[in-house]
Design a protein around this ligand. Structure first.
Ligand code: AMP
Length: 289
């Protein structure tokens, strides 16, 4: 597994990978699967990597804590950075060709002033309390796609809004990348794996279960025939509020394409929530189908 830190070297490796000699001596196109991450890797990331391996000839993983997707006062400084541990984990999994690990100057050199904004979709849900977050995400994903030129890129359902925005970005800017969205990986008790779970104390880790419990409540109400989104949201809020250290950012049920609130539950509607557990903001979602 290579660790590459410059865009020039990354581009060279991509060119090599795309045209590796076939066993018959000729040249054939190899496909590249790409998994962008911010590091502090866990089983959620690994599930994306394993699928990328199954579906492609080569896999590239990026690790970059992207400063422009953090708002002032958020956890950019504190975000876990553990490259050695990440490399060890990836070596154990095997099959990753390259880890792209640029520094901030490499990605945003002096004079950098372009950004990508996926207008309405970026302002809803998480976007309303994290102003500019999704523009930061769309910008870095665009840059990474231009550098890595993947055939397919792998994202987690856990960041549902991000997947909707990236699909829109790909369609609107005619990017030639297939987007694959894989299910959320959870701990045994249901908590969605997240690099930010490291911030939680033992008590908070227990309290954090209220997110998944609220989603299960929504699912069971919808399954038993409740179609009134407001009623379901009220029940979800009750579940979260039973936990002392929780503070709701939002609890919503939205259309999976437009991210607009729905009044009536239809197949594919997504229940999504963001909740502060102490000083840690966690998100989760479930499809109500
Ligand atoms: P991050 O490092 O948090 O930026 O996440 C990198 C990618 O991993 C994103 O596509 C996330 O949606 C995905 N991811 C994070 N947590 C999980 C999880 N628990 N299950 C599946 N995918 C995840």
């Amino acid at each position: 597994m290579r660790l590459i830190t410059t865009i020039r070297e990354m581009r060279d490796r991509v060119s090599e990978l795309k045209l590796i000699k076939s066993t018959s001596g000729g040249r054939e196109n190899q496909t590249i699967g790409f998994v962008p991450t911010m590091g502090a890797l866990h089983e959620g990331h690994l599930s994306l990597i394993r699928t990328a391996q199954k579906e492609n000839d080569a896999v590239i993983v990026s690790i970059f804590v992207n400063p422009i997707q953090f708002c002032p006062g958020e956890d950019f400084q504190r975000y876990p950075r553990q490259l050695e541990q990440d490399k060890e984990l990836l070596n154990r999994v095997g099959g990753v060709d390259t880890v792209f690990y640029p520094d901030i100057k490499e990605m945003y050199p002096e004079g950098y002033c372009t950004s990508v904004d996926v207008k309405n979709l970026g302002n809803r849900l998480c976007g309303s309390s994290r102003l500019g977050h999704f523009s930061g995400v769309a910008t870095v994903v665009t840059k990474l796609f231009n550098i890595v030129k993947p055939d397919a890129a792998y994202f987690g359902q856990k960041d549902f809004q991000q997947t909707v925005i990236i699909k829109r970005l790909i369609a609107d800017l005619n990017m030639d990348v297939e987007i694959k969205v894989l299910p959320t990986v959870r701990d045994e008790d249901g908590l969605a794996l997240s690099s930010r779970n490291q911030y939680l104390s033992r008590e908070e880790r227990q309290d954090a279960l209220c997110l998944y419990q609220a989603l299960l409540k929504a699912k069971s109400l919808a399954n038993s025939g409740e179609t009134d989104a407001k009623k379901i949201i009220k029940e979800m809020v009750n579940v979260v509020n039973r936990t002392q250290s929780s503070k709701i950012d939002y609890v919503s049920i939205v259309n999976p394409d437009t991210l607009e609130d729905v009044q009536e539950i239809k197949d594919g509607a997504v229940a999504a929530l963001a909740v502060w557990i102490g000083k840690t903001r966690l998100i989760d979602n479930i499809i109500l189908d």
